[in-house]
Design a protein around this ligand. Structure first.
Ligand SMILES: [Zn+2]
Length: 150
């Protein structure tokens, strides 16, 4: 018997999102652009938060040396901020590596008839879940007894 895909809430959300991205971006060109935009938005947002934390971190360090301790940030809090900064720096480094690799994906352009093939497969892989044919097919599948065991 084929192994059933996991049906926990996280996996189901993932399958749904996965299919939606195929359905809504059914060509090579659209997938290239989508993934580039996703990568860049991730970098922009994570980079901005990192900058903010670094600034905050250095200013609290500066302040405490200049002014009377206000009792604001404990050593523990400061350590956990430094930990987050280190982790975000890691993420940014990974994203940068991914960007370098992903740039090459853009070297490829396919003719229109191949893009058409992408669309056909997208329709098969991720049909609209609310499409009437899909609903009928689902009902049929659920009525079919399980595959015979061997
Ligand atoms: Zn799961």
């Amino acid at each position: 018997m084929p192994e059933e895909p996991c049906q926990c809430a996280d996996c189901q959300r993932f399958y749904k999102e996965h299919d939606r991205l195929i359905r809504e971006y059914p060509t090579l060109r659209q997938q290239q652009e989508l993934n580039w935009a996703a990568l860049q938005s991730f970098r922009t947002l994570a980079g901005r938060v990192l900058e903010d934390l670094q600034r905050q971190n250095s200013s609290t360090t500066d302040d405490s040396s200049l002014s009377i301790p206000s009792g604001g940030g404990t050593e523990e809090q400061e350590q956990s901020i430094q930990q987050v900064i280190a982790e975000l720096e890691n993420i940014n480094a990974h994203l940068f590596s991914v960007e370098v690799l992903m740039e090459r994906i853009f070297d490829v352009k396919v003719p229109e008839d191949i893009e058409q093939k992408f669309k056909e497969h997208a329709g098969e892989l991720a049909p609209d879940p609310l499409n009437i044919d899909r609903l009928r097919l689902n009902r049929l599948l659920h009525q079919t007894p399980d595959l015979p065991e061997r």
